[in-house]
Design a protein around this ligand. Structure first.
Ligand code: FE
Length: 182
């Protein structure tokens, strides 16, 4: 039977990987204080999309046509109706929301997957004055009217350009967005 390792033996095994990383590997990406909502943090990283709707980019993945962000909505009401060309992972950190096309309500702690091809209408219910959700979106959102007629679209490239313009406008500089691009 093996004896349990002593702390010194355990430490001796704590050796970082000794070989080079793959030549074409992209750098890792770490964002501390990603919510940046406290009084002392810099809230300029949040990009306003509409009245009381803002997103905090985490990654713009231009090679997979994907983006990951936190969305923060500080009002109740309809936010957007859209059709997805790719799938979406969502994780609710605060508040709640639902789609008019479904009978479930996403709440703090909920994980949701949205299938490619689905059209849905995002609503923050009355009584919820703050929702924060992490969305990882692949492909595009095509904005539509209730009958599916297109009124516009967003994808990683339009979101990236909105973020770039915002960071320029608030004094962070347009290059600030580069740190989120992989
Ligand atoms: Fe959606």
């Amino acid at each position: 039977m093996n004896k349990p390792l002593t702390p010194a033996q355990t430490d001796a095994q704590r050796i970082p990987y000794q070989k080079p990383q793959p030549l074409h590997m992209r750098p890792d990406l770490v964002i501390h204080d990603a919510m940046a909502l406290s009084a002392h943090s810099d809230s300029r990283a949040w990009v306003p999309l509409a009245e009381r709707v803002a997103v905090r980019p985490l990654q713009f993945n231009v090679t997979q046509g994907q983006y990951t962000h936190l969305m923060r909505v500080t009002k109740a009401g309809m936010i957007a109706r859209h059709r997805h060309s790719g799938g979406v992972h969502a994780w609710v950190f605060k508040g709640r929301w639902h789609y008019l096309e479904h009978d479930w309500v996403a709440e703090q702690g909920s994980y949701i997957w949205e299938p490619p091809g689905e059209t849905h209408t995002l609503v923050v219910p009355e009584g919820c004055n703050e929702m924060i959700t992490l969305f990882q979106v692949t492909g595009s959102l095509m904005y539509v009217d209730p009958h599916g007629v297109s009124t516009g679209y967003d994808d990683v490239f339009t979101r990236l350009e909105k973020a770039r313009a915002h960071y320029q406008a608030v004094g962070l500089g347009e290059d600030y967005v580069e740190r989120f691009i992989r």
